[in-house]
Design a protein around this ligand. Structure first.
Ligand code: 8YV
Length: 323
């Protein structure tokens, strides 16, 4: 019987994914689910003599780590659609194939964008707190007031797969969809959404703003003080993309002043750390990066990553090759 390919799996994955891994690969698993630092990544790649690595967004594949990988490592499959944790230029230089997991988490992440828009808009965190703290005294005409989502203008920054799925959901709330993308979508994908070639053009329309762009250098601190100033007063901001897209030093004062009425944040710069000043604000709805956190979606991500690895080891082109 042919030898199973050697794989290094950096995190503990859902049981059905682990079962397929054990069936098809000679893999080093991470049963304790430790998060490996740069030296561990290099050492374990060497010790396992692996040809493939299955990683998550928690591992940082910097140019330094990639340059120190042994030459037998040929393919790095990430269990994520985002790949800002991988220096793709360094990977390309080393001839390392990188794959990701698009499509399978589009719906789950778009759902969480809507949850952030609704949660922040309706101040869900404060309502829940009142119940948890046993402080629900009486119904009040002016108590727990949020703002309507229905019928408002929603701007989507980053109209890729997830942005389009947010638009589809927001249409159910009768929102007027605006979007900012380098290229305009064809009519069958735009579905009446209003294209803005620049953020500066779109932001003044955004009673609600949903950030669905990739992370990385191109979008670093996109939502800065100058751009926040362009939003309508009291705008609601949701981010399920990457924390780096928001400059916390600009958003936090805007939330304090009420310039930004509320924010729903699922992602943060320097996760699992985050700017603790958010905790002092009652107009933020906070989640710990759960965009793709459903069992169906996490299975889909694992299977998609394995499909890519299976293709590579069968001598075929992986479907989701990034470099
Ligand atoms: C994941 C994500 O939870 O896929 C992505 O890019 O941000 C999340 O869905 C995480 O990165 C898993 O590795």
């Amino acid at each position: 019987m042919a030898q199973k390919p050697k794989l290094f799996v950096t995190r503990k994955l859902p049981p059905d994914v682990e079962a397929r891994l054990r069936h098809d690969y000679d893999a080093l698993h991470n049963d304790n689910d430790a998060v490996y630092g740069p030296d561990d990544l290099v050492r374990l790649s060497m010790e396992t003599k692996c040809e493939g690595i299955l990683t998550c967004g928690t591992e940082k594949w910097t140019a330094d780590v990639i340059s120190r990988l042994p030459d037998h490592v040929k393919v790095l499959a990430t269990f994520s659609v985002g790949y800002d944790h991988i220096d793709v230029d360094a990977a390309e230089k080393k001839g390392l194939i990188v794959t990701n997991t698009p499509d399978v988490l589009t719906a789950a992440t778009a759902d969480i964008s809507m949850l952030c828009l609704l949660g922040a808009g309706r101040q869900a965190q404060n309502s829940e707190k009142v119940l948890r703290e046993g402080a629900w005294g009486r119904w009040e005409p002016m108590g727990m007031l949020g703002v309507d989502v229905t019928g408002k203008k929603l701007g989507i920054y980053g109209m890729g797969r997830i942005g389009q799925a947010v638009a589809q959901r927001a249409r159910g709330f009768e929102m007027e969809i605006h979007y900012c993308n380098r290229t305009r979508l064809p009519a069958d994908k735009e579905l009446g959404a209003i294209h803005h070639p620049t953020p500066e053009d779109m932001l003044p329309h955004c009673q609600f703003l949903s950030i669905n762009s990739p992370g990385g250098a191109d979008t670093l601190h996109f939502l800065n003080a100058e751009r926040i100033a362009l939003l309508p007063d009291g705008a609601v901001v949701a981010n399920t993309a990457r924390g780096t897209v928001i400059d916390d030093n600009a958003l936090i004062p805007a939330l304090q002043s009420g310039k930004v009425g509320a924010a729903g944040l699922d992602v943060f710069e320097n996760e699992p750390g985050f700017d603790k000043r958010y905790l002092d604000l009652d107009n933020v709805f906070l989640l710990p990066h759960v965009g793709s956190a459903t069992i169906e979606t996490r299975n889909g991500m694992g299977f998609r990553a394995l499909d890519n690895l299976d293709a590579y080891f069968a001598g075929k082109e992986p479907g989701d090759r990034v470099v």
